[in-house]
Design a protein around this ligand. Structure first.
Ligand code: AMP
Ligand code: MG
Length: 364
């Protein structure tokens, strides 16, 4: 039997930001995937007092928890290391301390158990996860919208990514988090802003749509956040403070603006991909922002067949890392026992670097 048709099982580790994650995933001979276990140990409590992720705190917690996460993932799958065919780890992009903790742990596990090791690009993990959850066929257009990243990619194979557009400044999740801070709401800001927006009037406040009219698929969210700040200060001054109603309207208006930007740019990306491929591909989404219901339903209007993994597989997880390795193994990838950390690692090295990329990892 050729190697690509044998079922394979991989342990995947992820520690590029503030989630320590490990998972065991199996790929069947027909190319379908099955998640045997998926463990995520979040660090939100550790960073809550600082209002954002503190890289040193994150790295230390990853170093402490990675072994535990890996052990729980194996237990959850009912397997031991001798049942595993390989180890996959996020090698970049991300916060360097966390990446080191993950890569060192994975190198140790692989060397100790005599297993092949694969260094995985975190963004490739996100980009390929709709194939794990929904079996979507190549090619497709992926919107990755998270706390640290924002790009629209044409995905044509496990290592064939073309960037069609991306943010030139903040990631949308980062904008949700900053707006939450401006409104005195808790972190992570996305769910808090969404909850407020649910009973707000989006037309109650006028906000800009940066770069919307400019051709292409690039986006900008930093000016939008500043506009929210100005609108808050102006309205609060006349109302004598930030009232609950004003807060709800500001959240609703902000969410509407992000939704419109993402849906217009995704529609444009699908058109660009159709020109390139000769047919319109499907749209898939990943990243924490894809959990937002208004954004999801707007994107469904752009493509009724849109694929959106369940929220726990949209945010950072080890299953997507194991899966990306399995896809690469099936395509004949060679393991690398001395995987190196790559804090900046663009998926599409042929595209020019984006303006502003790198403030918090390689956002674009
Ligand atoms: P990730 O970076 O993929 O782990 O996702 C985390 C980011 O997604 C954070 O910036 C969150 O604020 C954002 N997020 C999570 N849930 C939502 C939501 N319902 N709406 C908007 N943003 C969200
Ligand atoms: Mg991520």
């Amino acid at each position: 039997m050729p190697a690509t048709t044998r079922p394979a099982v991989v342990l995947g580790l992820e520690s590029s930001c503030d989630d320590t994650a490990a998972a065991v995933v199996r790929r069947a001979g027909d190319g379908s995937g099955e998640i045997l276990s998926n463990v995520v140990i979040g660090q939100a409590d550790l960073h809550a007092a600082y209002g954002g992720v503190v890289p040193e705190v994150a790295a230390r917690a990853h170093a402490e928890m990675l072994d535990i996460a890996a052990e729980r993932a194996l237990d959850g799958a009912g397997l031991s290391l001798s049942d595993i065919g390989g180890v996959a780890v996020t090698a970049g992009p991300g916060l360097v301390g966390g990446l080191f903790a993950g890569v060192m742990t994975a190198r140790g596990i692989a060397a100790g158990a005599g297993l092949p090791l694969y260094g995985i690009n975190h963004l490739a993990g996100h980009a390929l996860s709709p194939r794990l959850t929904d079996g979507i066929a190549f090619p497709y257009v992926l919107l990755l919208a998270s706390g640290g990243h924002c790009q629209i990619l044409l995905v044509e194979g496990p290592e064939a990514f073309t960037r069609l557009g991306g943010t030139i400044d903040d990631a949308p999740g980062e904008a949700f988090d900053k707006v939450a801070r401006l409104m005195g709401l808790p972190q992570p800001g996305g769910p808090a802003v969404e909850a407020e927006a649910a009973s707000g009037d989006p037309s109650g406040v006028e906000l800009p749509r940066p770069l919307l009219e400019r051709p292409g698929c690039d986006m900008s969210f930093s000016g939008l956040k500043t506009a929210v700040s100005r609108a808050r200060d102006g309205a609060a001054a006349s109302a004598g403070g930030l009232t609950a109603g004003l807060r709800r309207n500001l959240c609703a208006a902000f969410q509407r603006a992000v939704t419109e930007i993402l849906s217009v740019k995704c529609a444009r990306a699908l058109d660009a991909a159709r020109e390139r491929l000769g047919r319109r591909p499907r749209l898939a989404v990943a990243g924490g922002v894809a959990a937002n219901r208004e954004i999801r339903s707007a994107l469904r209007e752009v493509d009724a067949g849109m694929v959106a993994p369940p929220p726990d597989l949209c945010t950072d997880n080890g299953a997507m890392i194991a899966w990306a390795a399995l896809e690469r193994i099936a395509a004949g990838a060679v393991p690398d026992a001395s995987v190196a950390v790559r804090p900046r690692w663009p998926l599409d090295s042929a595209s020019p670097p984006m303006l502003g990329a790198g403030k918090r990892g390689a956002k674009a």
